[in-house]
Design a protein around this ligand. Structure first.
Ligand code: C5P
Length: 229
């Protein structure tokens, strides 16, 4: 067990990234956005060959010259590079998210990315956000959260984010896409999305970011007191 690892898992659009980064800030921990590793690998593979079936047949061959680097710039952002090229911005599209969830089914891709994620641990504190942080990659974490919210609320939030970026989208279409990605992430054989047995589940549908943050901080502080008592 490690009291210096805090995990946040859950479907997309629940606000995990925002909360996880706020928690990392509060405790001076490093932050890991594991989804961006899946997105970057998927996009790089797509750039090499847009036929995923061919890529998956010989995944080792397609990935052997791919090197991913990432770092958290405290209080600002998680930055990710593929073979030296900055991918941080271009992986943030819905199209790349769909590619990521396709590659995320493959055990070889998951194993490859798990090594990167484990190597990121350096003895300082870590807040890790993703789908299998508490169930697989950082099973030893002492504090685990699983955030959830209704698909309608998640789609509404995504719609507002897109609007802020000047991108038009429609709600039913976003709901449909989120449902497809949830299904793919929850029903896959390798590390499906589910709460860890020891995770605290928080439904963020009807509470604000600051309320979710306060809740998580209370729980973390209580747990920390227990550990050091
Ligand atoms: O979190 P984000 O939306 O960036 O993740 C994109 C996709 O990457 C997810 O839908 C999921 O399929 C995959 N993923 C995963 N395991 C993680 C993080 C992301 O399978 N730990």
């Amino acid at each position: 067990m490690s009291s210096n690892i805090i995990t946040f898992d859950g479907p997309s659009g629940v606000g995990k990234g925002t909360i996880a980064m706020m928690v990392a800030e509060k405790f001076g921990y490093k932050y890991l956005d594991s989804g961006s590793l899946y997105r970057s690998l998927a996009l790089k593979l797509y750039e090499k060959n847009n036929n995923f079936d061919t890529v998956l047949e010989n995944l080792d061959q397609w990935t052997n010259d791919i090197i991913i680097d990432f770092k958290y710039i405290k209080g600002q952002k998680f930055q990710i590079f593929v073979n030296g090229e900055d991918y941080s911005e271009k992986i943030r599209t819905e199209q790349v998210a769909i590619l990521a969830s396709k590659i995320a089914k493959d055990k070889r891709a998951r194993d490859m990315l798990e090594v990167y994620q484990r190597n990121y641990l350096d003895g300082s504190g870590l807040v890790a956000d993703g789908r299998d942080m508490g169930t697989k990659v950082f099973r030893e974490a002492n504090i685990k959260f699983y955030l959830t919210a209704s698909v309608e609320k998640r789609a509404e939030r995504r719609l507002n984010q897109l609007k802020d970026q000047g991108i038009s989208a429609n709600l039913p279409n976003l709901i449909h896409k989120l449902m497809l990605r949830d299904k793919a992430d929850m029903e896959r054989i390798n590390s499906p999305l589910m709460p860890a047995k020891d995770a605290v589940i928080i439904d963020t549908s009807d509470i604000s970011v600051s309320e979710v943050f306060d809740k998580t901080i209370n729980i973390i502080n209580k747990r920390k007191r227990k550990i050091y008592e």
